[in-house]
Design a protein around this ligand. Structure first.
Ligand code: KG4
Ligand code: ZN
Length: 338
């Protein structure tokens, strides 16, 4: 089955065509980074307007790139939440309208399920069950995954998401939006990481996270420094080190608690190089397997939505004609795909 996937939950317009037999046929991404950069963060109304401008031309281009005829498409998948309501509405309205015009089933996809299944697009995908660490701009979740749609949340952030902490800390350090990659680049310039920041909530049992204290710690360190290039790089490195180490400690704990030896790491922050290196090292040490999406599928994209939707459409799943989106949507409430 060939599925058209549409992602518009935040500031990237993502479109892809996925074939359950041949794999990914084509995918394109339009990033709104330049639109939002001057405001230092995503402006929801501008995001919606940009999706309106870019989505239909992008759908056309992806279909053209793939060499597939519209009549070969068997279903449409679109992100229905969580995310910015206006942005989600654009993707949902276009997906639903195309499905109605082409007489196809359409399925609403949970954005974090898309992230969670993104490593399935790689040549050596993980087998179920596994533990997933989902680290994006809006969510930090540890999930036990028994199959598609069979999720049990083990832990989550009680305040800022990991990506949000990266973005806010980057802003404090005078870096532009999006902050995560900029902070990682600054950290690369640190000579010798001299500071050690705390690893929040690792000294007590449990799998929840908290990153807002680390942000305050960074602010204090910055206020006590000369704010020079060297000090800022050093602080960025100490912050990144603390976030990555905290995530690693909790992943190890979750794997032991579930008795599992497979870990999936996905969402924007999984593009972080230090994170990939450290978790790779942990995998070797603990004799577990760790799976990451390729870099371009760590952050938001249409391919993961096409893949996730396809798994549901293949088992007869589809949603009604109404255009329904959910800015908030607990992952655990999803129904199994089969
Ligand atoms: O998954 P994503 O593209 O969008 C959401 O669903 O939120 O994640 C975006 C987040 C942003 O907070 C961004 O700063 C962070 O991922 N991010 C990174 C890196 N690349 C993206 N954080 C740290 N290091 C990176 N290399
Ligand atoms: Zn995302």
């Amino acid at each position: 089955m060939i599925v058209l996937g549409i992602e518009t939950s935040c500031d990237e317009t993502g479109v892809a065509l996925y074939d359950s037999v041949r794999g990914l046929l084509a995918h394109r991404l339009y990033s709104q980074v330049r639109t939002h950069a001057e405001f230092g963060g995503v402006v929801p109304e501008l995001a919606s307007r940009d999706h309106i401008r870019k989505l239909v031309p992008l759908v056309r281009t992806v279909i053209h790139d793939s060499g597939v005829d519209c009549s070969e498409i068997g279903g449409i998948a679109y992100t229905a939440g969580p995310g910015l309501i206006g942005a989600l509405m654009v993707g949902a309205a276009v997906a639903r309208s195309l499905a109605w015009a082409w007489g196809l089933p359409a399925v609403a996809v949970h954005h974090m399920e898309g992230h969670l299944l993104a490593p399935m697009l790689e040549p050596d995908p993980p087998q179920f069950p596994f533990v997933a660490l989902l680290v994006s701009g809006g969510h930090t979740l540890l999930v036990e995954v028994a199959g598609v749609g069979r999720y049990r949340t083990l832990g989550e952030s009680v305040d800022d998401a990991a990506g949000e902490a990266f973005d806010k800390t980057a802003k404090m350090l005078g870096l532009g939006y999006p902050g995560g990659p900029a902070l990682a680049r600054l950290a690369d310039q640190a000579c010798e990481p001299e500071r050690r920041f705390p690893r929040p909530m690792t000294d007590r049992p449990g799998l929840d996270f908290s990153f807002s204290g680390l942000k305050t710690h960074t602010l204090t360190a910055l206020a006590q420094s000369d704010r020079g290039d060297r000090a800022r790089a050093d602080i960025a490195a100490a912050f990144q080190d603390a976030v990555v180490d905290t995530l690693l400690i909790k992943c190890r704990r979750a794997l032991r608690q579930c008795g599992l030896a497979r870990l999936v790491v996905a969402g924007g922050v999984s593009a972080n190089r230090l994170m990939r290196e450290r978790l790779g090292g942990m995998a070797e040490q603990d004799k577990i397997s760790v799976y990451f999406p390729r870099l371009e599928f760590c952050t938001d994209n249409g391919a993961m939505i096409a893949y996730a939707g396809c798994q549901r459409l293949l088992h007869g799943g589809s949603d009604g004609l109404q255009i329904d989106v959910r800015p908030r949507w607990p992952l655990d409430s999803l129904a199994p795909a089969a």
